[in-house]
Ligand binder design. Structure first.
Ligand SMILES: Cc1cc2nc3c(=O)[nH]c(=O)nc-3n(C[C@H](O)[C@H](O)[C@H](O)COP(=O)(O)OP(=O)(O)OC[C@H]3O[C@@H](n4cnc5c(N)ncnc54)[C@H](O)[C@@H]3O)c2cc1C
Length: 607
């Protein structure tokens, strides 16, 4: 047996993660950048310098017409040029925005406070085990494909995806198990065997028809555009048509996910399984708007995919593309301020935590949107910040505890993705979302990655990832104190409902993340995994728009911006932020767009 690596206090942040590969995370990149481009300029730049000069306008005009040497242009612009676009944060949304903007001919610099690129899509490699640290379930791969198409590239040249079907195996408290399969008819057959004579199979088909409709409506009005509220969904210039009114009614506004699911699905266990699609957005099924029932169809229609190399392969592929497109990365460089012009209306520069001021043409913030306003605009854009706060209440989505368990045994009854369900979902969600306490009997999501990629664990072993949703951080909650007991609650659940009675003895390596770690590592809102909660049966689906309505030249991308969290949605968010920036001509283009033919995307195209 390998030595167990859990030490007192060692559950938390400071143990040796290997989240980024050396080529993306090193000082080398930063040092090279500083040596060649930044230092001389940065030391002498002041706020007054960056407020726009006539010379900059002239330079912009010249650049539009004279593009003799792309390399030469890139080189000139890399000297902290005010023509660059700053992206704050290298999460999947930030990387997508970077690739999209660079493919459309803009000069882009990504500032990342961590030593690695990819944000939550980090990796942990130790003693022969490899774990994805954050996201593990990849859906709607057409969104990822879209980014490569935009750059005139083939996604397959950067990443290999394997389709997983069955998509999840679900374990229930009564000892039963149910597989979720993509094909609607095959799933209905499964359900007829699982809950015979209850009408669940027929109800599931009707539910998927509704889900398909809601997905279509989302695609028509909600996806791929900057939306901050219902008014943004309707093209006023095009006028109202009866079909819009009919679509708004079909959204079942004012109804919840939980209520809608139960209208169709009589079997309580199957309803619990379908409720869990709202856990992709870290929100309570009874408080989330029914339109989120569309997530089920997004998953069944495009499937669940595993990137070879783990989810980490997604940011790696995007970083590779971004580098090819000339994007500059500055790791270990947190941004402390977005600087505005004299009128306080336009973003003109960013200030790093070391005090360097970098003038830019526009800013895409991939940092949490609420923290962007409360921290990065604090003192620089008071009116805009006040407007943002007045618009709505920003409730964080749920947080979570993650266990990374290196096991010396592989469990054959598991599939790649599994859910070990709580006995009583109402009590579970009430604890997490209404009382703000960890659920005493939680649902555990389990990834057994070696099922698909044996190299993630030593032979015969398993790199098991266990995620349990918890409340976002509440005052007085100290996870250093709370963690050991809750770890035991989780292991007990895996031993019983998860049917792994010997799991505790099988652990040869262990690491963990608590809500406090998530908060500190990723700079999120109160430890939230999925940005802002989708609570509110009427407007719960809306997040801050990607184009700031309050500040010119500021764009928001990520799980706490439209259209919300999860890998496909944040990549869409990054794409929208880039697209509206481009439409606004918020920065000068330094070379022609890569692929004029990319066309308007749809989340309904096949992978
Ligand atoms: C444990 C866990 C499990 C998950 N499981 C899934 C799943 O199975 N499927 C799925 O689709 N999604 C899942 N998610 C959600 C998914 O990971 C996120 O929605 C998505 O990765 C967020 O991407 P992002 O671009 O919004 O932000 P992030 O990944 O949070 O990136 C933001 C980046 O900004 C940087 N940053 C913040 N502030 C600053 C600053 N001031 N200066 C410079 N840099 C800054 C941060 O360091 C970070 O790198 C999971 C998340 C977690 C944590």
């Amino acid at each position: 047996m390998l030595a167990r690596s859990v030490s007192k206090g060692g559950y938390l942040g400071s143990w040796g993660f290997s989240e980024g590969e050396p080529r993306t995370s090193g000082r080398g990149v930063v040092d090279f950048y500083r040596r060649t481009h930044v230092a001389p300029f940065a030391k002498t730049t002041t706020r007054a310098d960056v407020r726009g000069s006539p010379g900059i306008r002239l330079l912009r005009q010249r650049r539009r017409f004279a593009l003799p040497s792309l390399f030469h242009e890139d080189f000139l612009l890399s000297s902290a040029s005010p023509e660059r676009i700053a992206i704050i944060g290298s999460g999947l949304a930030g990387l997508t925005a970077a690739c999209t903007l660079a493919a459309r001919g803009y000069a882009v610099t990504v500032f990342e406070q961590s030593s690695w690129l990819g944000g939550k899509a980090a990796v942990l490699r130790e003693v022969g085990f490899r774990f994805d640290m954050g996201p593990t379930i990849l859906t709607v791969p057409s969104t990822l494909r879209r980014i490569f198409t935009e750059a005139g590239k083939q996604m397959e040249d950067y990443i290999t995806l394997i389709k997983l079907d069955p998509q999840w195996r679900c374990f229930f408290d009564d000892g039963s198990a149910l597989d979720l399969v993509a094909d609607e008819n095959a799933m209905a057959d499964n359900l007829e065997q699982y809950a015979p004579g209850t009408g669940t199979a027929a109800g599931y088909k009707q539910f998927l028809t509704l889900s398909d409709r809601l997905h279509t409506i989302s695609d028509r009005y909600f996806f791929w555009k900057s939306i901050g509220g219902i008014a943004d969904m309707i093209d006023i210039k095009a006028g109202f048509s009866p079909s819009i009114i009919s679509d708004v009614f079909k959204m079942r506004m004012g109804r919840s996910v939980a209520g809608t699911v139960r209208k169709y699905i009589p079997d309580a266990r199957v309803a619990q399984m379908i409720d869990h699609f709202t856990q992709y957005v870290g929100s309570a099924p009874d408080a989330s708007p029914a339109v989120l029932c569309g997530i089920a169809h997004m998953q069944t229609s495009e499937g669940v995919w595993y990137p070879v190399g783990g989810t980490r392969a997604v940011p790696e592929a995007l970083v590779k593309l971004a580098r090819e497109l000339g994007v500059e990365f500055r790791t270990n460089t947190g941004i402390s301020k977005i600087i505005m012009d004299d009128a306080g209306q336009k973003a003109t520069a960013v200030q790093t935590e070391s005090g360097e001021i970098v003038p830019v043409a526009a800013v895409v913030s991939n940092a949490d949107s609420v923290r962007t306003h409360r921290e990065l605009l604090n003192g620089t854009a008071a009116r805009a910040k006040a407007k943002f706060e007045k618009r709505r209440k920003y409730e964080p989505a749920c947080s979570g505890v993650v266990l990374y368990l290196g096991l010396n045994k592989a469990y054959d009854h598991l599939l790649h993705h599994g859910f070990v369900f709580s006995k009583d979902p109402e009590a579970e969600f009430h604890a997490i979302y209404h009382e703000g306490k960890p659920a005493p009997d939680p649902t555990c999501y389990v990834a057994a990655t070696a099922r698909t990629e044996p190299g993630t664990a030593p032979a015969g072993g398993e790199a098991m990832y266990v995620l349990v949703h918890t409340p976002y951080l509440r005052p007085g909650q100290d996870w250093k104190v709370m963690f050991p007991d809750y770890r035991q609650v989780i292991l007990n659940k895996l031993k019983t409902t998860g049917q792994m009675p010997d799991i505790e003895e099988r652990i040869v390596f262990e690491r963990s993340l608590t809500p406090q770690d998530i908060h500190d590592r990723y700079r999120v809102l109160d430890g939230a995994i999925y940005g802002i909660a989708s609570h509110g049966k009427w407007i719960g689906a809306f997040k801050p728009a990607n184009r700031s309505p309050d500040i010119k030249g500021l764009y928001l991308a990520g799980g706490a911006a439209h259209p919300g969290p999860g890998m496909p949605m944040v990549m869409m968010s990054g794409w929208i932020a880039a697209d509206v920036l481009d439409r606004d001509e918020a920065a000068p283009r330094i070379r022609p767009r890569m692929n004029e033919q990319a066309g308007a995307p749809s989340s309904r195209t096949t992978a």
